[in-house]
Unconditional design. Structure first.
Length: 144
């Protein structure tokens, strides 16, 4: 298990035990499974904030690799969803009550690089589209 994950795990349990709830920010990937609910389109782009408290999760287990396996309740009725959270998809652990947040910079940097690559690709396609435009001003006859 990566040292970062060990720190996240320790902080996670400390915040849960001391303050009664803790938040995880999870990015979308095919390796992370949020039951039948899944990720919405917006969550696929921006990530998902999972709230853990004493009442909304069961059978919480951190694997040796740092993955999380649990049944987590969603919505007002605490509808149970079986979740598998891949360790490299965990971006942050935080608690507004404790005013503490631990971010994984390696994951944030990867995400920023991917976004820059996507922007540069879209800019390149715009430039290519502009190159294909032929101005007709040169070919129009001037009426006198």
């Amino acid at each position: 298990m990566k040292n970062q994950i060990k720190y996240l795990q320790t902080l996670f349990y400390d915040l849960l035990n001391d303050y009664g709830r803790v938040y995880l920010i999870v990015k979308y990937s095919e390796k992370t499974i949020i039951g039948k609910r899944g990720f919405t389109e917006e969550e696929k782009k921006q990530g998902l904030i999972l709230v853990f408290n004493q009442k909304n999760h069961r059978n919480l287990e951190w694997t040796d690799r740092g993955d999380i396996i649990t049944t987590l309740g969603f919505g007002a009725g605490n509808r149970p969803e079986n979740c598998f959270i891949y360790s490299d998809d965990i971006i942050s652990v935080f608690s507004p009550d404790a005013r503490i947040k631990l971010d994984r910079w390696d994951i944030l940097e990867q995400r920023d690089e991917n976004q820059k690559d996507e922007k540069s690709k879209s800019e390149e396609s715009e430039i290519k589209a502009d190159e294909k435009v032929v101005l007709l001003d040169k070919f129009r006859s001037i009426k006198k």
